[in-house]
Design a protein around this ligand. Structure first.
Ligand code: ATP
Ligand code: MG
Length: 314
């Protein structure tokens, strides 16, 4: 069973004469984590707002949980939870009161209300601070409370717009665990993030948004394969040795400032030994050898046009 949670076709949005979304197609399977990546101003929040019916699209169509975002707004809203880029927490209320307010907004009563609030406080490790005003919470606690508020209605599709921006590594990992738990329960996650490692860790499928269009998509591994592959990097003691080595190692690229030579290869011991032997045959020796494997940072830089010199050289 792999039904579609979110499907969009040709979504467009402009502010005045400025096109923000220039034809976005999406197909997100139920129970998966989809991550939308893109530089500041790429249109990530705009996409979230359109799909969650907070904004009306100028063109294109989309179905969320099977409902049309243009004509079945109410049903869409009833099926989703949204944690915005800026927390919806009320500072004057305690954590518990924030959750109770959400429960009241959704007309939960009596034991249901009590149980949902209690379970969420517990699950997010907020029980001890439940009676303190949210203004006294740390950034990580606020983020958790914000997400807990989103989950009061037990939505099957959750939109998270930069859920871990500004969190320390430990709080970020806690968030990741919570997201993974949700998905294990069958929830679909639509995640935007600035952190490529986050997308790499969590996402089943990634789309890179730039200039209002999706410029690449696939699994994290698919995307990594799209940029230049792994290479071995040799560092030499001086320019003379570097130049001599460049002559004997075919396909290598020299960096004269760093005194390094890059040779395409995956770091397999056979390749490495062959290269070192070849250097030794010419009485040349490397000071240092390192292996560079492409990560999503390389992909992002290459795809959004702010290519690194290495990517450009390819
Ligand atoms: N209400 C608005 N009126 C005019 N322009 C807007 C409005 N809201 C957003 N924009 C513009 O739309 C573009 C996309 O904004 P959006 O918030 O979707 O980007 P983002 O990818 O979420 O960026 P960030 O990473 O900074 O959160 C930006 O250039 C922004 O200035
Ligand atoms: Mg945004």
């Amino acid at each position: 069973m792999n039904s579609t949670a979110i499907a969009a076709s040709g979504l467009r949005k402009a502010y005045g004469d400025k096109t923000i979304l220039d034809g976005i197609d999406l197909n997100i399977g139920a129970g998966t984590i989809f991550s939308l990546l893109g530089p500041n101003g790429a249109g990530k929040t705009t996409t979230v707002n359109v799909l969650t019916t907070l904004l009306t699209a100028d063109g294109g169509t989309a179905r969320v949980a099977g409902y049309d975002i243009a004509t079945e707004t109410k049903a869409v809203r009833a099926s989703i939870g949204v944690t915005g880029q800026f927390a919806a927490v009320d500072d004057l209320l305690t954590g518990e009161e924030n959750l109770q307010l959400m429960a009241d907004l959704h007309r939960l009563k009596g034991n249901d209300r009590k149980q949902v609030v209690g379970t969420l406080l517990d699950r997010f490790d907020l029980t001890a601070s439940a009676r303190k005003p949210a203004s006294t919470y740390s950034g990580g606690m606020r983020r958790k409370l914000d997400l807990a508020m989103t989950l009061v209605t037990k939505p099957r599709i959750v939109f998270l717009d930069e859920p871990t921006t500004g969190l320390d590594p430990r709080s970020r990992r806690t968030m990741w665990e919570i997201v993974r738990e949700l998905v294990a329960d069958g929830v679909t996650i639509f995640l935007t993030t600035q952190y490529l490692e986050e997308a790499d860790q969590l996402a089943d499928h990634i789309a890179v948004l730039d200039g209002g269009r999706i410029v690449a998509e696939g699994t994290p591994d698919d995307l990594k394969r799209r940029v230049h592959g792994s290479y071995l990097q040799f560092r030499f003691v001086d320019l003379a040795v570097l130049d001599a080595a460049a002559q004997v190692l075919p396909g290598s690229t020299a960096d004269h400032e760093a005194l390094t030579l890059q040779v395409p290869g995956n770091g397999g011991t056979k390749t490495l030994r062959a290269l070192l032997d070849r250097l030794a045959d010419h009485s040349l020796e490397a000071e240092e050898v390192s292996i560079h494997t492409p990560d999503l940072d390389d992909v992002f830089l290459a795809l959004t046009g702010h290519a690194t010199t290495e990517a450009e050289a390819q």
